[in-house]
Design a protein around this ligand. Structure first.
Ligand code: AQP
Length: 321
């Protein structure tokens, strides 16, 4: 059973990406699971090519530095030829209405002066990402459910129209994934693309920087360390982070702490400790470009081989090639 997950190099990986996804992939993933750096998904709105290239390498190093097996990881654009071929075939299996009604497309295109065609067709590329390796399950949040549903529809439609070629994937909701909020603005989630970095803890931040960001974290005027997400979102966020780093519930984490100052110091210590090895392994890899290139090339070749037979079959069934 293959589960497929991705991280988009739209910025530096942060504590939310790590506690909410990457750490779980490393801990719970099986030898069958696949992880990829979805750099092509980072092109649907304005972007800087040099930055995208460098962030893709950094994300690859981060996944491996977080203890995901290098055997399970690849960079999406390293199999562009296969993905582009399959995307075209799937675009010709999909209707305009099906992509135009995607909620994410509507949200991201609303009010924009110009909209890249890729923003509209990106769910079809995502379907190709999923269908090419024959993924059985795709763990996604609510915002991506509709895209996986489209991949299912296209797989079924192709299979019945042209012949059996695709595994019909299932969207699964990951269990109790922590949703980490921005330290400076607990009303929004921690995100790579947030302009103000004060509330975003990056995995490669040094310990002093991490401590400073926690010291300045927004709380409230109550000075009561209790886990009440609705009334005290900032404090609840700190307790969730502490709980995730110490493998206990946020409520239990709150019990031994009395002041906000103590809470901030305790959670900063726990995060510094949690990220110490991840940061070191990631930086070691980034400092060894030849090794990172070797891992990347092996991953690309493995991904290419995995998709080869299915793409051949699909191309033949579609009457081209
Ligand atoms: N704040 C978060 N808390 C928990 N999990 C999070 N994830 C993202 N932010 C949080 C999870 O990280 C995985 C990889 O994310 P992604 O790169 O595919 O895209 P994203 O969700 O769009 O990530 P960001 O950081 O919010 O980036 P931008 O600002 O570019 O949108 C996913 O499993 C995601 O759920």
């Amino acid at each position: 059973m293959t589960r497929l997950s991705a991280a988009t190099p739209s910025g530096h990986a942060h504590l939310g990406n790590y506690l909410g996804a990457i750490r779980r992939w490393a801990r719970e993933g099986t030898d069958e699971d696949l992880y990829f750096v979805s750099d092509m998904h980072g092109m649907t709105t304005s972007y800087n090519p040099q930055r995208l290239r460098s962030l893709s390498r950094e994300m690859l190093a981060t996944l491996i530095g977080s203890s995901i097996s290098p055997d399970r990881v690849f960079v999406q654009s390293d199999i562009t030829a296969q993905l582009a071929s399959l995307t075209w075939i799937l675009e010709c299996t999909c209707t305009f209405g099906e992509v135009a009604r995607m909620i994410q497309f509507k949200e991201k295109s609303a009010g924009a002066k110009t909209v890249r065609l890729g923003l509209l067709t990106y769910p079809v590329l995502m379907a190709a990402d999923i269908l090419l390796p024959g993924a059985d399950e795709v763990p996604v949040g609510e915002d991506q459910m509709q895209h996986v549903e489209l991949a299912r529809t296209l797989a079924r439609r192709f299979n019945t129209t042209y012949g059996e070629a695709f595994v019909v994937p299932k969207a699964v909701t990951p269990k109790v994934a922590a949703r980490i909020r921005d330290l400076a603005n607990p009303d929004r989630k921690m995100a790579k693309s947030t302009r103000d970095e004060a509330g975003v803890v990056f995995l490669l931040d040094d310990p002093d920087m991490i401590r400073r960001k926690f010291q300045r974290a927004v709380t409230d005027g109550l000075d009561q360390v209790e886990y009440r997400p609705d009334e005290q979102p900032g404090v609840a966020n700190l307790l969730e982070i502490l709980g995730a780093c110490t493998d206990q519930s946020p409520r239990v984490a709150a019990e031994s702490i009395t002041t906000y100052r103590e809470l901030k110091e305790t959670v900063a210590d726990a995060v510094v400790e949690e990220l110490r090895e991840v940061r070191k392994r990631t930086q070691d890899l980034l400092a060894d470009p030849a090794e990172l290139d070797r891992i990347r090339a092996t991953g690309a070749e493995r991904a290419r081989q995995r998709g080869e037979h299915r793409l051949e079959a699909v191309t033949r069934l579609a009457g081209i090639g």
